[in-house]
Design a protein around this ligand. Sequence first.
Ligand SMILES: O=C(O)c1ccccc1NCC(=O)[C@H](O)[C@H](O)COP(=O)(O)O
Length: 241
Amino acid sequence: MAKLELLPAVDVRDGQAVRLVHGESGTETSYGSPLEAALAWQRAGAEWLHLVDLDAAFGTGNNRELIAEVTRAMDIKVELSGGIRDDDTLAAALATGCTRVNLGTAALESPEWVARVIAEHGEKIAVGLDVRGTTLRGRGWTRDGGDLYETLERLNKEGCARYVVTDIAKDGTLQGPNLELLRNVCAATDRPVVASGGVSSLDDLRAIAELVPLGVEGAIVGKALYAKAFTLEEALEAVSS
Ligand SMILES: O=C(O)c1ccccc1NCC(=O)[C@H](O)[C@H](O)COP(=O)(O)O
C-alpha cells in the first residue's frame, strides 16, 4: 500500500512563521524565521513543504520575496499556497521552482481562468477546498464561495489533478482531522486528496493513513509540530508502513 505523504506547514505572516486558529487573521502565534522552520523540517526528513503566504491570502500585502527565498533554499518538494489568483501571481509562484501551487479563491471566483491554468499546467496545479460544513470559503477563508460538491464536480470535469481539503473548523485547533469529510470528498473524485487541518497526534496521522486506499495521498501538519505534540521524525515513522 502507498504510504501517506506528510507535508509540514510553514504559514508566513508579516515575515514570520505563524500558526492561526481556524485560519482567522489576528489569532497568530509566532514561531520565528520561516526559513529556519522550513530547514528544520527538511533536516528532519520531510519530503514536502507546504508553504503559505497568509498576507497574500488575506489581501494584507505579500511575502513574495521571502517565499521565493525559502522555496529556493529547499532540496525537497514545495507546495505553495496563498493569494495565487491570476497570471502574475501564478507566474511568480511557479518561477520559485516550487513543485506545485494550491489555488483557493481563484477556483471560486475565476473559474474560467482556473480551467485554463489546469489545462496548461496539469500536475503543477492543486485546488484547495477549504470548507465550513459543505460551504467553500475564499479570500483567506473569510467569504463564502459556493457548494463543495458542485465545485468539485466542475473541477473534476476540468481535469484538476489534486485537491487539498481543509475543514476550517478544525484548522489550527489540534482537535483531530475531519475523517468523514475526507471520505466524502474521496467518494466524489478519483483524484488524490491531501488532508489539511486539525492533526493533533500520531494516531490522527495513522487514521488518515487508513484512508490512503480511498484516495488520500498526503496530510499537512502544522500546529501539532510547532506545539511539539510529536516530532516530524516520529510522524514519518508512524506513516512509513
Ligand atoms: O492555505 C491557505 O491559502 C490559507 C489561507 C488562509 C488561512 C489559512 C491558510 N492555510 C492554512 C494551512 O494550510 C495550514 O497550515 C494547514 O491547514 C495546517 O493546519 P493545522 O495542522 O491544523 O495547523
